[in-house]
Design a protein around this ligand. Structure first.
Ligand code: GLU
Length: 424
C-alpha cells in the first residue's frame, strides 16, 4: 500500500488510489499482513518514455508513454496498450494492477502489466499512428518479450497496432517473435475468437449472473455505454440470447429506442459515420441519461470512473457488467450494492479478452493452432468456473462480487509469493 494513496484528500481523481482502495477492502477480508499488503499493492516496475514522432506536417512532436509491470509473481506481465488523451502514469498503474488481479481470478499463469501513450488518435493519420506505435514499441523494448511482458489491444488500439509492434520488435531481433503481443490479426499468428472474446466474456458472466438472480434474459433490456469492440460484441452476443438493446453510446453521443436497437445495424452506422449517434428513429440522450436509463443490464464498456457517488443512486439496473476497466468508483459500489444491484466486476466481466490472449500466446509458443469451437468452449469453461468461484466466495464472506473477486485473486498471488519467498 503506497502511503500517499491512503490519504483521503488524494483519493478523489486518482485511478490508482481507487484500485488500492479496492485491494485493501479484500486484503481486510483475508487479514493480509502488512508486508504482503505493501508488496501486492505496489507496482514492480514503472517505466516512462518521452519520444519524438515525425508528423505528416514535417514537424516533430514529443509524446509521453508508459509501460508498468505491476506484479510478475505468477508469470510474465500481461496487459494491453491504450492510446488516449487522458493516459497518465497513475491510470496505467491502476490498469496494470487490475491485470494482475484479472489474470489471478481466472487462474492464468500471468502477472499484470499495462501500457499507454498520451495522444489523440482521432486527430492523427494512420501513418502518424504507425510511426508513434513503432517508436513506442522500440522505447519499451527493454521490458516487453514473449517470456517477460506481453502487450495486447486496449482503448484505441487493435490488431493492426499489434502487428506493427510485432514487426518492429522482430525487425530488431532479426527473426519473427510471434508471441510478443496478442490480439494479432489471424494471418500473422492471432487466435480465432480473440476479437470478440472480451464481449463474449461479458455475455458469459451476464448469463451466469442472470441464473443466480433468476433474471430471464429473453426480453431483458440492455444499455451499453461505449459501443467499441467490447460494447458491440457484448450487445451482439446478448442480443443472440434474446436480450433487447435499448440504448447505446460512444464518444460521439448517445441514443435510445425502447423498441430495441439491432447491434449489427448500429455497427454499420458506426462504421459509416464513426459514431452510433445519428442512428434513425432514436431519441438522442446525454451520457448521464444513458447510464440512468431504466434497464435490466447495464454494460459500462467505455472508460474509468463513469459510475460515481454523483449518479449511482439514479442507476437502476439489476446487473451491472463492467466491460470497461474501473468504471465504478468505491463510493458508487456501496450505493449500488445497498440498493441491491449485482455488479460483475471488471476483473471478471471483461477477462474474456485476456483469457483468449492466453490461448493465443499458448498457440504461438506451440506453433499449433486451435479451431474456433475449442477457443470459445475453453473460454466459456474458464469464465463460468471463475464466476462461480467468485460467487461462492461472496457468499462465504458475505461480501460483494468485486471484493470476492479480489479475495480470490489476492489469495492466489499472496500464496505464490509466499511459496517463492522473498529474494534474496
Ligand atoms: N486490454 C485488455 C484488458 O484490459 C486485454 C489484455 C490482454 O489481452 O492482455 O483486459
Amino acid at each position: 500500500m503506497i502511503q500517499e494513496n491512503l490519504d483521503p484528500s488524494n483519493m478523489k481523481d486518482s485511478v490508482f488510489a481507487m484500485a488500492v482502495e479496492q485491494f485493501n477492502a479484500a486484503a481486510d477480508v483475508l487479514n493480509l499482513e502488512e508486508g504482503m499488503r505493501q508488496v501486492l499493492s505496489s507496482c514492480k516496475r514503472e517505466f516512462t518514455v518521452n519520444f519524438p514522432v515525425k508528423m505528416d506536417s514535417g514537424k516533430i512532436q514529443v509524446f509521453t508513454g508508459h509501460r508498468v509491470q505491476h506484479n510478475m509473481t505468477r508469470g510474465p506481465a500481461k496487459g494491453g496498450i491504450r492510446f488516449h488523451p487522458d493516459v497518465s502514469l497513475d491510470e496505467v498503474k491502476a490498469l496494470a494492477s487490475w491485470m494482475t488481479w484479472k489474470c489471478a481470478v481466472t487462474n492464468l499463469p500471468y502477472g499484470g502489466g499495462k501500457g499507454g501513450v498520451t495522444c489523440n488518435p482521432k486527430s492523427m493519420s494512420s501513418g502518424e499512428m504507425e510511426r508513434l506505435t513503432r517508436r513506442f514499441a522500440t522505447e519499451i523494448s527493454p521490458l516487453i518479450g514473449s517470456y517477460s511482458d506481453i502487450p495486447a489491444p486496449d482503448v484505441n488500439t487493435d490488431g493492426q497496432t499489434m502487428a506493427w509492434i510485432m514487426d518492429t520488435i522482430s525487425m530488431h531481433k532479426g527473426f519473427t517473435e510471434v508471441g510478443i503481443v496478442t490480439g494479432k490479426p489471424i494471418e500473422i499468428g492471432g487466435s480465432l475468437g480473440r476479437t470478440e472474446a472480451t464481449g463474449r466474456g461479458v455475455m458469459i458472466t451476464t448469463r451466469e449472473a442472470a441464473k443466480h438472480i433468476g433474471l430471464n434474459l429473453n426480453g431483458a433490456t440492455v444499455v451499453v455505454q461505449g459501443f467499441g469492440n467490447v460494447g458491440y460484441w457484448a450487445a451482439h452476443l446478448l442480443q443472440e440470447l434474446g436480450c433487447k438493446i435499448i440504448a447505446a453510446s460512444d464518444s460521439g453521443g448517445a441514443i435510445s429506442r425502447t423498441s430495441g436497437l439491432d447491434s449489427n445495424e448500429l455497427l454499420a452506422q458506426k462504421n459509416s459515420t464513426g459514431s452510433v449517434s445519428g442512428f434513425a428513429n432514436c431519441d438522442v440522450i446525454t451520457n448521464e441519461e444513458l447510464l440512468e436509463t431504466s434497464c435490466d443490464i447495464l454494460v459500462p464498456a467505455a472508460l474509468e470512473q463513469q459510475i460515481t457517488g454523483n449518479n449511482a443512486s439514479r442507476i437502476s439496473a439489476k446487473i451491472i457488467v463492467e466491460g470497461a476497466n474501473g468504471p465504478t468508483t468505491p463510493e458508487a459500489d456501496k450505493i449500488l450494492t445497498d440498493k441491491g444491484s449485482l455488479i460483475i466486476p471488471d476483473i471478471l466481466a471483461n477477462a474474456g479478452g485476456v483469457v483468449v490472449s492466453y490461448f493465443e500466446w499458448v498457440q504461438n509458443l506451440q506453433r499449433f493452432f486451435w479451431e474456433k469451437e475449442a477457443v470459445d468452449k475453453s473460454l466459456d469453461s474458464i469464465l463460468t468456473r471463475s464466476f462461480n468461484e467468485v460467487f461462492n466466495t461472496s457468499q462465504h464472506y458475505n461480501v460483494d462480487m468485486r471484493t470476492a473477486a479480489m479475495v480470490n485473486a489476492i489469495d492466489r498471488v499472496a500464496t505464490a509469493t509466499n511459496i517463492r519467498g522473498i529474494y534474496p
